[in-house]
Design a protein around this ligand. Structure first.
Ligand SMILES: *Cc1c(COP(=O)(O)O)cnc(C)c1O
Length: 371
């Protein structure tokens, strides 16, 4: 008898769609007959990893027969010293996506209400759907989170609210004042996850540092990652900071060895490389200005970004622009799944990568106009 596996799956998983990864670069190049293409599609750090992180990983390889430290003791001590959050408030994750999933699985029952914004990072929807929670997507305001509307949509029975600051793929941010008003309006029985994956890039003092607000709001969970400005996306490591009570619950569910040895030592080492962080942030700042200027010259619209990427807007379906850029060896990210079919998300690269994107776009727009 055939096994109808989908009928056996839990309802939330039955409704999920498989993740559609981009093709590997080599495969694309072979198909299109191109070479030397550049990837500005996943908000990765264009500088390559920190030398301190590389050295630490190299040193750690002789320990690969061992299980990693299940508590991540040394990394937590380091995080504690750098960020002023006690070790009992820290949960380590296999990337911050792992932590978002943990939060959902620790706190959500099927049918529980979860709130997030339109155009918000897709993982909030995925982890909520997997549990068959009741997701409420609140319309955005100029592509950013409408915190007033989100607070108004919440009730005492709302279990969880996801916020991204800055948000991916829009690059929008909200201020500390807006966040505090929001936290005051939301019931203390509602947990608020503040995803700060891009916080290191933020160049605007009005935006909050979520870690500063933990003492005031015991229902707040802040997530951070080493994947973006710290340049370690391939190793998968991030952390959540929250009250000791919430942290205890997250750690009950957490797989004991969820962060591997090279990831633990690289994250610990890179925290000592403030020079690398400063350089990453500076390359991003000048790259953003370079792209703004180039896009302005092309009369192309975009959303001002607090992150390491820009959502660029086209007059119609962006997929034709995406395809034409691809043929020129420039890989960017369509954001149709974010209900932004006319936008493409472009990660900030090195100066020469940004120049290549702008040159390719110039050609593409001329081509589209001629057609
Ligand atoms: C990239 C990103 C993350 C980080 O994911 P990791 O699992 O840590 O690599 C988290 N949140 C947002 C909004 C992101 O864009």
């Amino acid at each position: 008898m055939a096994c109808d596996a989908i009928q056996l799956a839990v309802p939330g998983v039955q409704g999920l769609h498989p993740y559609q990864p981009g093709k590997p670069i080599e495969e694309l190049e072979r198909e299109l007959g191109i070479s030397q293409s550049i990837k500005l599609a996943s908000n990765e750090n264009p500088l390559g990893p920190s030398q301190l992180a590389l050295d630490a990983v190299q040193q750690s390889l002789r320990e690969l027969t061992l299980y990693p430290d299940a508590m991540g003791y040394r990394l937590k001590q380091k995080l504690s010293a750098v960020y002023g959050v006690s070790a009992e408030q820290l949960t380590l994750g296999n990337g911050s996506n792992d932590l978002l999933d943990m939060v959902a699985r620790v706190f959500l029952n099927p049918g529980d209400e979860v709130i997030y914004s339109a155009h918000a990072f897709i993982v909030y929807k995925l982890v909520s759907q997997a549990i068959n929670a009741k997701a409420v997507e609140v319309p955005a305001k100029e592509y950013g989170h409408d915190l007033e509307a989100m607070a108004a949509a919440a009730s005492a029975s709302t279990k969880l609210i996801f916020l991204a600051n800055p948000n991916n793929p829009t690059g929008t941010g909200f201020t500390a004042q807006q966040l505090k008003q929001f936290m005051s309006a939301v019931a203390s029985t509602t947990l608020v996850v503040l995803d700060e994956a891009y916080t290191e890039y933020v160049d605007d003092d009005s935006l909050p540092d979520g870690l500063d607000l933990l003492a005031e709001y015991p229902n707040l969970i802040v997530t951070r990652t080493f994947s973006k400005a710290w340049g370690l996306a391939g190793l998968r490591v991030g952390f959540a900071a929250a009250s000791p009570e919430i942290t205890d619950l997250l750690n009950r569910l957490r797989q004991p060895f969820n962060v591997n040895i090279p990831a633990l030592v690289a994250a610990e080492a890179v925290l000592d490389d403030q020079e690398y962080l400063a350089r990453s942030v500076e390359v991003n700042r000048t790259g953003l200005q370079q792209l703004y200027k180039g896009l302005d010259q092309l009369h192309v619209n975009y959303i001002q970004s607090h992150g390491n990427f820009i959502a660029v807007e086209f007059k119609s379906d962006a997929m034709s622009v995406y395809d034409a850029l691809l043929r020129r060896g420039v890989i960017v990210r369509p954001v149709g799944i974010y209900s932004m079919p006319n936008h493409l998300r472009v990660s900030i690269g090195t100066e020469s990568e940004n120049r290549r994107f702008l040159d390719a776009l110039t050609e593409v727009l001329a081509e589209v106009l001629v057609e």
